[in-house]
Design a protein around this ligand. Structure first.
Ligand code: NAD
Ligand code: DAU
Length: 350
């Protein structure tokens, strides 16, 4: 049986990726290494936690000793590296936490893999999951391609860009068999409610203000998380070593239009009068250094590996809202405790 390491498997994307690999590939033993920060939650994996081909290890990717012993124990043939600090606003208040995990953690992991795979790189894959934010920001036109020059502008995107550079450096210098993907904004079940879509769903349900940064004119390209992990699966198994693939939804929305769409859908689902939830929209101070627009050109992935998003956005959004409405206990659980302090720091006690 092949062993595959997933880092950050208890987070939003990591949990969907872990579920996909555990259920689709019974011939792989999946080891999920996660530090369980505020963003990591084993509730996200309840349905697969007793699967015979799944193990969880609580630990930090910065812990070289732990990594070394795990590689000795499992002799991983694949690594899917998802663990990261992922929220831009948190990176503005605490950049060092992002350097520690996203840069130091990634390099510690790369270093271990290089040592453990020395003389046996053939058939092995180190897959680094990255973001479109490394490319910086777009004006009204154009798309990010795999050739777009890096121009990160937040501490988060700078740390992810740095980690991408290290992954490529290990490919060129030590011939580590790497693959990288850079994806646009994900949405879907188990998304931590500090990010725009789950935050607004939570606040609409609870009749709380919907904080829109600046004028709400910033544009993001949204992709259903299950489509993202389908793309990762495709690239992991069929992509070329040393290559980068952009993943996106061709689905651009201004923040204000997106939040209004959420209001319309949730009002209908909760039997509220049309227009009720839109009244919760509140314009607040803009994010520092707020990138205007992200938009991915995913032509390479479509042409070379035949990947396309499977869901229309309105359908994906509807499924996502239904999931949150059916899982209020999950939502209440993750919005208690430390989250409340974070929320009050960011948005006040509203
Ligand atoms: P998330 O914040 O929901 O989850 C991150 C996970 O990593 C958590 O389970 C956390 O406990 C774990 N973690 C954090 N620091 C760790 C450490 N030092 N050691 C071990 N585990 C640690 O993040 P996400 O939104 O699921 O993003 C996952 C990856 O995908 C990140 O690398 C992110 O940059 C990338 N990405 C995210 C998006 C998006 O829209 N969310 C889009 C493109 C790329
Ligand atoms: O593009 C991929 C990236 O998408 C990932 O790499 C990041 O990990 C992920 O967090 C996401 O980053 P964004 O900053 O785009 O996502 P966020 O949900 O934080 O914000 C989306 C947009 O909504 C952005 O323009 C800021 C705005 N916003 C966000 C919040 C939390 C608001 O207007 N109000 C809010 O309260």
């Amino acid at each position: 049986m092949k062993s595959v390491l997933i880092t950050g498997g208890a987070g939003f994307i990591g949990s969907h990726l872990t579920r996909l690999f555990v259920t689709k590939y019974p011939e792989y033993h999946i080891v999920n290494l996660d530090k369980l920060t505020y963003a990591g939650n084993l509730e996200n994996l309840r349905d697969i936690e007793t699967a015979p081909n799944y193990s969880f290890v609580k630990g930090d990717i910065c812990d070289a000793e732990l990594l070394s012993s795990l590689f000795d124990q499992y002799d991983f043939t694949g690594v899917l590296h998802c663990a990261a600090e992922s929220h831009v606003d948190r990176s503005i208040t605490d950049p060092l936490a992002f350097v520690r995990t996203n840069v130091m953690g990634t390099v510690t992991l790369l270093h271990t893999v290089k040592d453990k795979w020395k003389d046996k790189m053939e058939g092995r894959i180190f897959y680094h999951i990255s973001t479109d934010e490394v490319y910086g920001t777009l004006g009204d036109e154009g798309f990010f391609t795999e050739e777009t020059a890096y121009d990160p502008r937040s501490p988060y995107s700078a740390s992810k860009a740095s980690s991408d550079h290290f992954v490529r450096a290990f490919y060129h210098t030590y011939h580590l068999p790497v693959k990288i993907s850079n994806c646009s904004n994900n949405y879907g079940p188990y998304h931590f409610p500090e990010k725009l879509i789950p935050l607004c769903i939570h606040n609409i349900i609870n009749n709380k203000p919907l904080p829109i940064y600046g004028k709400g004119e910033n544009v993001r390209d949204w992709l259903f998380v299950v489509d993202h992990v389908r793309a990762i699966d495709t690239i992991f198994h069929q992509g070329k070593i040393g290559e980068t693939y952009n993943i996106g939804g061709h689905n651009e929305w201004t923040n204000i239009a997106l939040v209004k769409e959420l209001c319309v859908q949730i009002d209908a689902k909760l039997g509220r009068a049309p227009g009720t939830s839109e009244q919760l929209i509140t314009y607040v101070k803009d994010r520092a250094g707020h990138d205007l627009r992200y938009a991915i050109d995913a032509t390479k992935l479509k042409d070379e590996l035949d990947w396309m998003p499977s869901l229309q956005f309105e359908e994906g959004l509807s499924k996502t809202i239904d999931w949150y409405l059916a899982n209020t206990a999950w939502l209440e659980n993750v919005t208690s405790g430390a989250y409340r302090e974070y929320y009050e720091d960011m948005y006040g006690k509203a």
